[in-house]
Design a protein around this ligand. Structure first.
Ligand SMILES: [Zn+2]
Ligand SMILES: [Zn+2]
Length: 308
């Protein structure tokens, strides 16, 4: 089945798994140490937030399986364009903590500045969180530039704070889908962007020979029936899979000369549980460098027209 449900780990289990993976990275890439220290700070926040959200109640969404199935059949992700009440009071303190962690972890004043704007009320937490949940990169960028803030950093802070909620929604909508039209629509999903939120995958994790795309935002896991460029669906001549390091064939990049996009794919013993996918991302930064050196890039967020 192309949509995969990943078992839930306890907080202790997640921390232990993360520590083991960081130790392995540290041994082969000591230069990544500062990035790993920062990642631990950020992941601790998202793991704690996921636990808090898991203990509370998620909003009841009026999204019947039949409606979602029809939406997916049109190529529109489930959450796109839906009014979803965000737990703003729970997420706002986490925004502050993330700004602090980033400020101490190398982003310095640019992160402090975002926190100050939020605290002073010039930047509204609710609208920032909403823009992120709805993957509205254009609105968030405009808002950041207008206030003299770093658009990339603001996008990152909001994304980290909202991702546990987006992950929980994704699981609620797709995680327990029984046989029926929504099951079939997910099974038939042919796109490289996430069927839940519309983001592009951070990486492709290959476990047991299955190339599973992993959403960079909600951690959704899905497998395509075709082997082609995930961005433009070209599977012809210009689509090449290569291992930049001859001795590490378990770490590859798929590059496409038709659209200029690339995707990292790595062999893993098992798919990463949320939010540890970001460790797969950080442990493959050399693949990003190799792809970018050859002129490949990753496209911006795909935009979806409003529902109906
Ligand atoms: Zn997603
Ligand atoms: Zn392409």
């Amino acid at each position: 089945m192309p949509y995969l449900t990943i078992p839930v780990f306890s907080r202790e289990n997640l921390r232990e798994t993360a520590e083991g993976r960081w130790q392995a990275i540290r041994e082969s890439r000591p230069d990544l140490e500062p990035a790993l220290v920062l990642q631990r700070e950020l992941l601790t926040r998202t793991i704690d937030l996921a636990e808090t959200l898991g203990a509370g109640r998620l909003p009841r969404l009026s999204l019947p399986p039949k409606y979602l199935a029809a939406k997916l059949a049109r190529g529109v992700p489930a959450l796109a364009g839906e009014p979803i009440p965000l737990p703003v009071p729970v997420l706002t303190p986490v925004l502050f903590q993330l700004c602090d962690a980033l400020a101490n972890g190398g982003a310095g004043e640019a992160a402090t500045h975002i926190r100050q704007e939020l605290e002073g009320g010039k930047l509204e937490a609710a609208s920032l969180l909403n823009a992120s949940l709805h993957r509205d990169q254009a609105a968030l960028r405009t808002g950041a530039i207008h206030r003299g803030l770093s658009p990339d950093l603001m996008w990152l802070v909001a994304e980290l704070a909202v991702s546990p909620f987006a992950h929980a929604l994704q699981r609620m909508l797709f995680g327990a889908v029984a046989a029926g039209e929504l099951h079939d629509a997910l099974d038939a999903w042919p796109h490289g962007y996430c069927p839940a939120c519309g983001s592009w995958p951070a990486v492709g994790e290959v476990a047991g020979g299955h190339r599973t795309l992993r959403c960079s935002f909600c951690s959704c896991a899905w497998e395509l029936k075709t082997y082609a460029c995930i961005y433009c669906e070209n599977g012809g001549e210009g689509f090449v899979t290569a291992a930049p390091n001859e001795e590490r064939k378990d770490r590859r990049i798929e590059v496409c000369s038709a659209c200029g996009g690339y995707l990292k794919t790595i062999d893993v013993p098992e798919l990463s549980p949320f939010p540890l996918l970001s460790i797969s991302d950080i442990e493959t930064t050399d693949l990003d460098v190799a792809a970018m050196e050859h002129g490949y890039g990753r496209p911006g967020m795909k935009e979806f027209t409003k529902k109906k």
